[in-house]
Write a new protein. Structure first.
Length: 159
């Protein structure tokens, strides 16, 4: 059985976006493209309705590319349980209410027993300062927290 990965919106945006002139962003885009082409086959990929809604925004042709790249990937529903868990992350002052969608990504991944949550969002998801609080909050509600990581951290062959 392959490990399950929840693909957060930033990953697909980096994968399909036009090449950035910003060196950090360009590097992340390259890593994402390498992961998508070489490593994703080792995992069962999942997205959510939230990801689908987020990728539809912005430039219509860019949105079309994002949606096309996600075609065929199973879509997880936003359930009452995921909304309650997201609210717990917010009420625990781990994720600011202003970024409720980030809390919902984490909650959807946890509720659906994902092994990994793949993201380039270092502000409120893959943040070293917040990770322990995220893990504690999710575990206090009886769920296991997925490993939160970037595509760079999930490269290479599984053993």
């Amino acid at each position: 059985m392959k490990p399950k990965v929840y693909i957060e919106t930033s990953v697909i945006s980096y994968y399909t976006g036009k090449q950035s002139s910003d060196l950090v962003i360009a590097g992340r885009q390259q890593i994402t493209r390498e992961w998508w082409e070489e490593s994703r086959w080792q995992f069962d990929l999942n997205i959510s309705l939230l990801v689908l809604e987020e990728v539809k925004g912005g430039d219509p042709s860019a949105a079309e590319k994002r949606l096309e790249a996600l075609s065929g990937i199973p879509v997880l529903r936003i359930t009452d349980k995921s909304e309650v868990l997201a609210e717990e992350l917010i009420n625990s002052n781990i994720i600011p209410r202003k970024y409720a969608e980030d809390a919902l990504h984490i909650a959807i991944a946890a509720i659906n027993a994902m092994d990994f949550l793949l993201t380039w969002n270092f502000n409120h998801i893959n943040n070293a300062v917040l990770k322990n609080g995220i893990i504690r909050s999710i575990e206090s509600q009886g769920y296991e927290c997925p490993v939160i990581c970037s595509p760079e951290e999930l490269m290479g062959e599984l053993k």
